[in-house]
Design a protein around this ligand. Structure first.
Ligand SMILES: CC(C)(COP(=O)(O)OP(=O)(O)OC[C@H]1O[C@@H](n2cnc3c(N)ncnc32)[C@H](O)[C@@H]1OP(=O)(O)O)[C@@H](O)C(=O)NCCC(=O)NCCS
Length: 427
């Protein structure tokens, strides 16, 4: 691929050799410095959690200045005819720049290399991330592809689910276990099944699922060991939640908090059964679990106002690194024939005018010399890729320009999904 002509940069980026212990040490040291780590986790455990598979170190004049890494994850993408299919994508993570080298283009150099590598060496069409701060990633072509309501459910919250859903919930069995790596394979398999029900799920790799269920006392603070709540029906897993309780007492009354890391389910009945258990645990006052706007847990409350917490936030950010491949991988909800002019100032192979067509749910994108119906940035497509927003909304905000009346609505119809993207775990 011909990436863009980089402006001359004093920053050099090198890929870390995962077998080189000194380099992994350097990555961990930089991460702990940037994130003000309390260093309670034993070094050996912290090193085991360091993403050596794909990590980069940026340097200026030979001095280490920043790091980035990438997790091997799967993302559920809208499929033709509803539902979703899983695609391997890269999960950008562990981004950190040494305090002495901020605002000198270190992050910029690291992201350019991550995007180039994702496309040229991994052959993957998408990079995703969770952002620490909202202002960082839009400039690199990432769009907010799913949102979350930073929810908080009070003890005994009533979910007003229709009787048919409650009937299924009543036939669901719940079992609480203490989380451990031996349950990683079970979680991984269930997560892959759940992910096919809708767009926006991130499924961690099997080794990462196993690793993430290791819960060291030193990294816990005042909370209990992590628990896994399994939901089964007819001998099959239909859902799971990863949670932990932090006990507190206010004015002599028990008022603990349940923190939920993930809640996955194959159907609404399992979701209801798990959620009702999580909001009614003895000695707890609040359950914190952030939900997507379309989550049934939000819809079973009287109105969005009933969802406690602190409002909306970005959830997953998505960056298309190979537009024509991404178009063939994503299902289309309507036949389509539009000409789209795309701007991408980092991966200039995406820049150009594309005839984007779809028949029977299958899309293609080929470059063309025809005049454009629509002009947009690659980040606009990232924002709408999972169905969490429309190009119409982005056109109304002035980001997307329509040259042929109706063209934006046609592309929106092809990208429409039955349900908005789910919330996803942190990574
Ligand atoms: C965020 C961070 C990685 C930025 O690194 P950096 O090397 O200073 O970034 P760059 O110099 O490449 O900046 C590129 C652009 O992003 C902007 N930018 C950088 N950090 C930003 C922030 N937190 N909010 C808004 N804009 C930011 C810069 O101003 C610059 O803008 P410009 O192109 O208009 O000049 C660094 O400050 C850091 O390590 N922060 C703490 C850890 C963190 O938040 N990591 C992100 C994890 S998701």
């Amino acid at each position: 691929m011909t990436s863009d002509a980089h402006a001359p940069s004093p920053v050099a980026v090198r890929r870390v050799d995962p077998d080189n212990a000194a380099e992994l040490d350097a990555v961990l040291d930089m991460d702990q410095l940037v994130w003000a780590d309390d260093l309670r986790t034993p070094r050996s455990q912290a090193l085991a959690d360091t993403p050596g598979r794909a990590a980069w170190i940026a340097s200026i004049d030979g001095e280490d200045a920043g790091i980035a890494a990438s997790w091997d994850v799967e993302l559920s993408i809208p499929a033709g005819g509803g539902g979703a299919s899983l695609r391997p994508v890269e999960g950008l993570t562990w981004v950190g720049v040494h305090p002495d080298h901020r605002r000198r283009g270190v992050l910029t150099a690291l992201i350019r290399e991550h995007l180039r590598w994702t496309r040229d060496e991994q052959g993957r069409s998408i990079s995703v991330l969770k952002a620490s701060e909202p202002g960082i990633y839009g400039r690199f072509g990432y769009g907010v592809t799913s949102s979350t309501v930073m929810s908080s459910f009070g003890r005994g919250t009533t979910f007003d689910a229709p009787p048919a859903v409650r009937q299924v919930a009543d036939t669901t069995t719940l079992r609480t276990t203490t989380a451990g790596p031996e349950q990683g394979r079970r979680w991984h398999q269930l997560a892959r099944t759940c992910a096919r029900t809708g767009a926006g799920h991130i499924v961690r790799s099997l080794p990462d699922c196993e690793r993430l269920l290791v819960d060291h006392p030193e990294s816990r603070g005042p909370r209990e060991p992590a628990r896994l709540l399994w939901a089964t029906r007819d001998g099959h897993d239909v859902g799971a939640a990863h949670f932990h309780r932090t006990p507190t007492w206010t004015h002599g009354k028990p008022d603990g908090t349940v923190g939920v890391f993930f809640l996955i389910s194959t159907d609404a009945g399992a979701r209801l059964a798990i959620a009702e258990r999580l909001v009614d645990i003895d000695l707890m006052g609040t359950t914190e679990y952030w939900v997507a706007p379309d989550d049934a847990l939000a819809l079973w409350l009287p109105s969005p106002r009933s969802v406690g917490g602190s409002g909306m936030a970005d959830n997953l950010w998505l960056r298309l690194v190979d537009l024509p491949v991404a178009v063939t991988e994503r299902g289309h909800a309507a036949d389509l024939d539009v000409v789209v002019e795309v701007r991408d100032r980092i991966l200039t192979d995406n820049t150009g005018t594309w005839r984007w067509s779809a028949t029977g749910g299958v899309g293609t994108c080929v470059d063309t010399a025809e005049g454009a119906d629509i002009t947009l940035d690659i980040g606009d497509l990232g924002a709408v890729w999972l169905g969490g927003q429309t190009l119409g909304a982005r056109a109304a905000a002035g980001f997307v320009t329509e040259h042929r009346p109706g063209a934006v609505a046609e592309l929106d119809a092809a990208l429409r999904t039955p349900v908005g993207p789910v919330g996803t775990i942190d990574f």
